[in-house]
Design a protein around this ligand. Structure first.
Ligand code: UD1
Length: 328
C-alpha cells in the first residue's frame, strides 16, 4: 500500500491553495480533488489534481483507497451568502449533501482525521457582536445552515466511529500569500478587501460602503479580518494535533479584534498611496453590525500563534496579489 496521504477537497480555491502551499513546504503527500467550478488549476502548486466532485461517491472511494488517505481537509464549498439566500438548494446540495457523501466514504475507507472549513456564519447575529465556541449557533442564511449541518454530521460520526475532527469556524479571511505564489483569483468577488484592492487598481469603478448607520464607532460594519496564511497555519496545527491523538474540536479562527469598513478602506488608501472611489450605500441585507471572534481556545488547544495580525500587512499582500493578477 502507498504511504498515507492527505486528500484536499477544494485545493484549487483561495484558502485550500494556501494550505496546500504550506503542506508542500513540509513535504506532505497530498492529492487534491476540485471540480474547478470556482477553483483554478494553476493554484494547485503541489501534489496531483483530480478534477471531480466531492459528491461523486465512486471517485471519492477510489481516491481514498488508491492514495491511502489518512486525513481529509474539506474546503470544497459554495461560499457566497446572498447567493445562498437566492438558491438555497444549491448550497444544501454542495455544502451538506456532498459532505455527507464524502463522510460516508471516509467511514468506509477508515479515514482517521477530518479537518473541516466551517464559518462564523453559524453564529448568525450574536447579541454582543462577539462569539466564542459556546455562543449558541443561529445561522441567518442557508450558507451558515449548510455548514452547521455538516458540523453536526461530523460530531455524530465522530461519536459513532474512531474518526477525530477539527472544525474551524473562519471569520473574515483576507490577504494573500506574502510570497505571491498563490492568492485570491475569484472573479466577481464580494469580500471587502478583495473588492477594495480591485477598486484601487482601477478594475472596478467604485467601492461601496454598505451602511453608515450601524451602532459602531464610525457607523460602518466591524469584522475580525484574519490573514489567509495564518488561517492556513491553523490547519497544519490542527493536522498535527489530530495526528498526536487530540480529541475532536470546534474552534474559532480569528484574531479577536475588529476593524470597521472605513478603517479597512483608510488602510487600503494609505498602503496604495491614492484615494479610493468610495460611495456610501444602504446596508446590505443580512449583515450583522459587528462580528468578532473570541479566539482563546484555538491558541490553547492547537498552540496557534498568528504571525500577521496586522491590517496593513493583510492589505499590502492583497494589493500585491491584485497587481500580479493584472500582469498575468
Ligand atoms: C464573510 C464570509 C462569511 C463569513 C463572515 C464571517 C464569504 C463570502 N463571506 O462575510 O462566510 O461568515 O465573513 O464574518 O466568504 N462591505 C462593504 N462593501 C463591499 C463589501 C463588503 O461595505 O463592497 C462590508 C460589509 O457590509 C461588511 C464588511 O464589509 O460589513 C465585510 O463584508 P464581506 O467582506 O463581504 O464579508 P462578510 O459578509 O462579513
Amino acid at each position: 500500500m502507498s504511504e498515507p496521504s492527505i486528500l484536499i477537497t477544494g485545493g484549487a480555491g483561495y484558502i485550500g491553495s494556501h494550505v496546500l502551499k504550506q503542506l508542500a513546504g513540509r513535504g506532505e503527500r497530498v492529492v487534491v480533488l476540485d471540480n474547478l467550478s470556482t477553483g483554478f488549476r494553476e493554484a494547485v502548486i503541489h501534489g496531483q489534481l483530480v478534477v471531480g466532485d466531492t459528491g461523486d461517491a465512486g471517485l471519492v472511494a477510489e481516491l481514498l483507497d488508491r492514495h491511502n488517505v489518512e486525513t481529509v481537509m474539506h474546503f470544497a464549498a459554495h461560499t457566497i451568502v446572498p447567493e445562498s439566500v437566492r438558491d438555497p438548494l444549491k448550497y444544501y446540495a454542495n455544502n451538506t449533501c456532498s459532505t455527507r457523501t464524502l463522510l460516508e466514504q471516509c467511514r468506509r475507507a477508515g479515514v482517521r482525521h477530518f479537518i473541516f472549513s466551517s464559518t462564523a456564519a453559524v453564529y448568525g447575529i450574536p447579541e454582543s457582536g462577539e462569539a466564542d465556541e459556546e455562543t449558541p449557533t443561529s445561522p441567518i442564511n442557508p450558507y451558515g445552515t449548510s455548514k452547521l449541518m455538516s458540523e453536526w454530521m461530523l460530531r455524530d460520526l465522530a461519536a459513532a466511529s474512531d474518526m477525530t475532527y477539527v472544525a474551524l469556524r473562519y471569520f473574515n479571511v483576507a490577504g494573500s500569500d506574502p510570497e505571491g505564489e498563490v492568492g485570491q483569483r475569484t472573479p466577481n468577488a464580494t469580500l471587502l478587501i478583495k473588492v477594495a484592492a480591485e477598486a484601487a487598481l482601477g478594475k472596478r469603478p467604485r467601492i461601496a460602503i454598505f451602511g453608515t448607520d450601524y451602532p459602531t464607532a464610525d457607523g460602518t460594519g466591524v469584522r475580525d479580518y484574519i490573514h489567509v496564511s495564518d488561517l492556513a497555519d491553523a490547519h497544519l496545527k490542527a493536522l498535527d494535533y489530530l495526528r498526536g491523538g487530540g480529541a475532536s474540536q470546534v474552534l474559532n479562527c480569528g484574531y479577536g479584534h475588529g476593524y470597521s469598513v472605513r478603517e479597512v478602506l483608510d488602510t487600503v488608501e494609505r498602503v496604495h498611496g491614492a484615494p479610493l472611489p468610495i460611495v456610501e450605500e444602504a446596508r446590505r441585507a443580512g449583515d450583522p453590525p459587528l462580528l468578532i471572534a473570541r479566539a482563546e481556545r484555538i491558541r490553547s488547544v492547537l498552540g496557534w500563534e498568528p504571525r500577521h495580525d496586522d491590517l496593513e500587512f493583510i492589505v499590502r499582500t492583497a494589493l500585491e496579489w491584485e497587481k500580479k493578477l493584472t500582469t498575468e
